[in-house]
Ligand binder design. Structure first.
Ligand SMILES: [Zn+2]
Length: 445
């Protein structure tokens, strides 16, 4: 009896799954009727109900599992708001496209702009939290302090929602700077809160152009085919990039999925365990023969500092954190030592960044692009690799020669990387002035 009931349930679930998959392939993203007044809207193709207690950690940038999305399904997330100046524009853009997203709000931002949180609720978006003060060192701070950040952030956002807080605040949380820590994750687990990492970033916190944000968002999505995109609703460049991102998603057949938490009245969408795993397509692997095994290893999570392949594990914690914030590292006074450089196949840079280690991805984004291009251009003047004899003699005095050669090698790689899509993959450990980084940290919202 039990067996047949289970069998029946399984059959029903499979049928549901099949219907779901079929729908995904044949249904247009949204009809005009779904978005009155906006006949060409991207729309929201479906709502995914998840049970945070069943899947506590999601986002392949750091965890084994991610949301159970079909190919070409995208979940949009926006962090660090609300900041009315830009967040309101983001809301308008999403509203015009009838797109629902998830917002990870900061407690003190919510206290400054309570109306901003209520606007999210009124527009039907999902609201999660992102601590009270956006500390970027959660993996090192005393657990009690980290818990306080979590609790205060939730309390602040709840306060803006009043009686609606239970219904309007989702048990979803994103750790600032994705600075994951076992203790923090465990604590969130005890609260029944799901920790969201991401599947890819668009580097929109860096000082890059909005068209670069667009390129990174689309290229990284195309590399994975589906997933959770992390953006920031407080950034003007994100406001500028978002309309084009949404247009392109529609043009290329991507569909927006709105994620909401399960509740007694709203059971979780039936899924199979393997749907929570994101498998890179065979073509993605083929493009990148040099991809290290660990990138696709079936491990519980990929903690940021654990990769021995990259020579930055001993770097000052502050510098690693700052790489999340720093739009571009301080100008290197001289090329970094060769030994600190990681060389990867050029076409795979963007794939690597999103699939692999977060630190590397963010550090690459924050530093390598700027550095590599800088070195590339400076080396173009002296001639990459090939120095004239006269120059060689002139430079032959020790350090100068060493650095010129290093610069040549850097330039070669940088140009190869820059000529392909994505951010140059070279990740170079480098220390900047600590004082400046502290200031940057303070400035970050
Ligand atoms: Zn943040």
């Amino acid at each position: 009896m039990i067996g047949s009931t289970l069998g029946g349930a399984r059959a029903r679930r499979s049928a549901l799954l099949a219907v779901g998959l079929l729908t995904c392939f044949i249904a247009p993203a949204a009809s005009a009727a779904d978005c009155p007044g906006h006949p060409n809207a991207l729309g929201t193709s479906r709502t995914l109900v998840v049970d945070p207690r069943e899947h506590r950690l999601i986002g392949t940038m750091q965890y084994r599992e991610t949301l159970p999305l079909a190919d070409h399904e995208v979940v949009l997330t926006f962090d660090d708001g609300p900041l009315p100046r830009n967040s309101n524009k983001i809301l308008e853009i999403l509203g015009d496209q009838c797109v629902k997203a998830t917002f990870f709000t900061i407690g003190n931002m919510a206290r400054s702009s309570p109306e901003g949180v209520r606007k999210l609720r009124d527009a039907g978006h999902t609201i999660g939290t992102h601590t009270q003060n956006h500390p970027l060192n959660m993996k090192r701070m005393p657990l009690e302090r980290a818990k306080q950040e979590v609790d205060d952030g939730i309390a602040s956002v709840r306060a803006t929602l009043g009686d609606d807080a239970d219904a309007a605040l989702a048990p979803f949380f994103r750790i600032p700077g994705l600075s994951r820590a076992d203790g923090v994750e465990e604590y969130l687990g005890t609260l029944g809160i799901q920790v969201w990492s991401a599947d890819f970033l668009a580097d929109d916190w860096r000082h890059i152009s909005s068209s670069r944000v667009y390129d990174l968002a689309i290229n990284r999505l195309e590399a994975k085919g589906k997933g959770i995109l992390l953006l920031h609703d407080i950034q003007a460049r994100t406001v500028a990039a978002l309309p084009r991102i949404l247009e392109t998603l529609k043009a290329r057949g991507y569909r927006i999925v709105h994620v909401v938490p399960a509740s007694p009245e709203r059971p979780a969408t039936p899924t199979e365990p393997q749907q929570w795993l994101l498998h890179p397509g065979p073509e993605a692997i083929a493009q990148w023969p040099e991809v290290p095994n660990f990138l696709f290893a079936d491990v519980g999570r990929l903690p940021a500092p654990a990769l021995p392949d990259f020579d930055h594990a001993n770097e000052a914690p502050m510098l690693r954190e700052a790489s999340l914030l720093r739009p571009s590292w301080p100008e290197p006074a001289e090329p970094a030592p060769e030994s600190a450089t990681v060389t990867l196949a050029a076409p795979s840079g963007s794939l690597f960044e999103i699939q692999g280690n977060l630190d590397v991805a963010l550090r690459s984004a924050a530093f390598a692009s700027h550095h590599a291009q800088k070195v590339a251009s400076s080396t173009r003047e002296t001639g990459p690799k090939r120095l004239s004899r006269r120059e060689s003699r002139r430079l032959a005095s020790g350090r100068e020669m060493h650095h010129a050669r290093a610069a040549g090698r850097h330039a070669h790689r940088a140009e190869a990387a820059v000529s392909s899509q994505g951010t140059p993959p070279a990740a170079t450990a480098r220390r900047g002035p600590l004082k400046r980084l502290v200031q940057i940290k303070k400035k970050h919202a």
